[in-house]
Write a protein that binds this ligand. Structure first.
Ligand SMILES: [Zn+2]
Length: 283
């Protein structure tokens, strides 16, 4: 080894030492700042780190507890409306049950004058003015079946529906005779109902038990009905035969059951009577 070689090697060592700067990195272990680590691992620092770790655990525990409390509180808040909903559900159920009950009652229970509410509601306009229950004009006996509708005339020209109703009503006091009808149609076309449809009237002696009777007012000497009376009669007859599932042929004159000439015009004019039934059929 020459002198030159020795000095060259020393220079090389110097460069190597320069490269191995301990403040940059410990290349042999790959651990950065190894010298500093050595300093940190003193018992004092270890205690400090342990305390820091404990504080960290405590903080984490407190944080977890806080989150837990938050979740519980949130659940309770959410459960309040849920509870309300539960409380209202039975109420709604009761309401619904009542609705269903009402529906059932409406469709099967409610009957007006012996007819379903729906059928009854379709009747032509009339004024309900029932007679007082009495043995001369409104006995109050039930009418359980309807096989015919009888048409009458009042046999008293120029009298109104109201006057003829009063006549029926007064029979309870004067006891003159027994007479009435379910309806009276005035010569202006007004309809008065005197007896409910589920009760018998005293109109056709042998058929009171299974028929409905209509009295018609008139002005003409021959007993012909006014246009107004006639039109109301056709509408009422149409509704009645529909309500009781009858045919126009089931509409009878008082004359057809007992021979009395009532209603007189339609006993003397068969064609007019046939036309009347046709008009009911075609309405
Ligand atoms: Zn009659």
């Amino acid at each position: 080894m020459t002198q030159e070689n020795r000095s060259g090697r020393q220079a090389e060592i110097h460069i190597t030492q320069m490269r191995r700067n301990p403040y940059l990195a410990d290349y042999s272990t790959g651990n950065r700042n190894a010298d500093k680590n050595i300093n940190r691992n003193t018992p004092r620092r270890q205690r400090r780190r342990r305390r820091a770790r404990i504080r960290s655990y405590i903080r984490m525990t407190l944080l977890c507890a806080g989150i837990l409390v938050g979740i519980v509180a949130l659940t309770k808040l959410l459960k309040v409306p849920a509870g309300t909903a539960e409380a209202s559900t039975p109420m709604e159920a009761i309401d619904m049950a009542q609705q269903v009950g009402k529906g059932t009652e409406n469709t099967t229970g409610t009957r007006i004058q012996g007819l379903s509410a729906e059928t009854y509601a379709a009747h032509p306009d009339w004024t309900e003015d029932f007679l007082t229950v009495n043995e001369y004009s409104r006995p109050g006996d039930p009418l359980t079946e309807v096989n015919n509708i009888f048409v009458h005339y009042t046999a008293n020209p120029g009298t109104s529906a109201a006057q003829n109703r009063s006549y029926f009503e007064q029979l309870k006091d004067n006891h003159e005779r027994s007479a009435s009808a379910h309806f009276i149609i005035g010569y202006n076309g007004e309809i008065l109902q005197c007896v409910p449809l589920d009760e018998i009237a005293y109109a056709v002696q042998t058929r009171n038990e299974d028929s409905i009777s209509i009295e018609c007012c008139y002005k003409a000497d021959n007993g012909q009905f006014t246009r107004e009376t006639y039109d109301s009669l056709i509408r009422l007859l149409r509704w009645l035969i529909d309500a009781y599932e009858l045919e126009p042929e089931d509409i009878l004159r008082h004359y057809d059951c007992g021979g009395k000439k009532c209603p007189i015009y339609y006993t003397e004019h068969e064609d007019a009577w046939e036309r009347l039934k046709e008009d009911v059929k075609n309405l």
